[in-house]
Design a protein around this ligand. Structure first.
Ligand code: ATP
Ligand code: MG
Ligand code: MG
Length: 351
């Protein structure tokens, strides 16, 4: 059987490995830190830095195709890897999504609605941006932000200096604050032949900047649901994408606004494990392996809840709940803010 190389050994790499294994593939994980969650379930693990060109080349030589669970793979590592094996999704998706400025510009050029934004390098550019965008805004680092990290909310002009100092000199982006009724995401897939399949949009609630729950079906009109799926399809085609992509959207009275995209399986797609015959992990493996996409139709209503830090104390009671599937990542230490697992509460569909 073929071997799928996965960059990153976190919970997403772990669940990708399980899905690959179920389809008869072997997986080889590349991960700098020792004993990552994916190591328990992968066929092979390389523990090495992304600076180590020899280790990268040996990893690439041992696999048939390379995919990843996170978007911040150094360009130099991709340069080495692509000489040996195909990287799917491709490098354009990574280039676009590694930098919020590039990403927002790409989305806007596609004709999709985003928050108004401006590139910020210093106090003068921030003052000028607030002048045009307005004071109600969020300053975000252009690179490496996740779970709401590297963001500062600005409510009034006076907050600007403090917000800028929180960026610690990193290049930043100012985004106008979008007044939304709720947040949704579309988990979408594109196969090697260009076919597209989208999972039903999920409705997301965040707590302390971290995804707390995803509920399907989301509160959307038929028209909004159609828009969401068409927007995701447009992004996939523009990138000639192969694999699963997460698209986060704000629902507003003026229509759907794209917040950000993630070129990988996505936390807000975990509900698919118990709501669909083929979940996002299998869909991603199918796509990168060059198979046809599977049937991602939703057969049940699901509420996914993340288990973070000491939520692990509730595991025994969660394990006793009816119609509830527990997914744990095997992480040793339950630090505050660390994603330890999730539960999918499943119901017969209401719609
Ligand atoms: P993730 O963990 O999803 O990658 P992130 O750190 O990249 O998160 P964002 O998704 O950009 O951060 O923002 C986190 C949350 O902050 C959003 O889900 C939304 O609730 C809120 N938010 C972000 N940008 C805006 C905006 N322009 N207007 C209003 N709310 C926003
Ligand atoms: Mg993000
Ligand atoms: Mg986000």
């Amino acid at each position: 059987g073929a071997t799928i190389g996965i960059l990153g050994g976190g919970q997403l790499g772990r669940m990708l490995s399980v899905a690959a294994s179920r389809l008869g593939f072997k997986t080889h994980i590349f991960e700098p830190s020792a004993n990552p969650p994916a190591a328990d379930v992968a066929h092979q693990v390389t523990t090495a830095s992304y600076e180590n060109a020899d280790a990268l080349a040996a990893f690439a030589a041992s696999v048939d195709v390379i995919t990843y669970e996170f978007e911040n793979i150094p360009t130099s590592a991709l340069d080495v890897l692509e000489q040996h094996k195909p990287i799917r999704p491709g490098r354009e998706a990574l280039r676009i999504s590694q930098d919020r400025l590039t990403e927002k510009t790409f989305l806007q050029d596609l004709g999709l609605k985003t928050a108004p934004f401006a590139d910020i390098s210093d106090q003068a550019s921030l003052d000028a941006a607030i002048e045009t965008i307005g004071a109600a805004s969020i300053l975000k680092t252009r690179r490496f932000g996740y779970d709401g990290k590297g963001q500062a909310r600005i409510k009034a002009r006076e907050d600007a200096a403090q917000a800028l100092s929180e960026m610690a000199g990193a290049p930043a982006l100012l985004e106008g604050f979008v007044t939304f009724s709720h947040e949704i995401s579309v988990i979408a897939a594109r196969g090697i032949s260009g076919e597209i399949a989208c999972f039903d949009p999920g409705e997301n609630i965040h707590r302390d900047g971290i995804l707390h729950t995803t509920t399907v079906p989301a509160r959307l009109s038929a028209g909004q649901r159609m828009d969401a799926v068409l927007m995701a399809g447009k992004i996939l085609n523009a990138l000639e994408y192969v694999g699963v992509l997460g698209v986060e959207l704000f629902v507003t009275p003026q229509g759907l606004v794209v917040n950000e995209i993630a070129p990988r399986v996505h936390n807000s797609g975990h509900w698919t494990q118990n709501g669909c015959a083929v979940d996002q992990f299998e869909q991603h493996i199918r796509a990168v392996a060059g198979w046809g996409l599977g049937d991602g139709q939703r057969h049940s209503d699901v509420v996914m809840e993340n288990l973070i830090g000491n939520d692990m104390e509730r595991v025994a009671s969660l394990a006793a709940e009816r119609n509830t599937a527990l997914h744990l990542y095997g992480k040793a230490e339950a630090k505050p803010g660390r994603k330890m697992g999730h539960v999918n509460r499943v119901q017969q569909p209401q719609s």
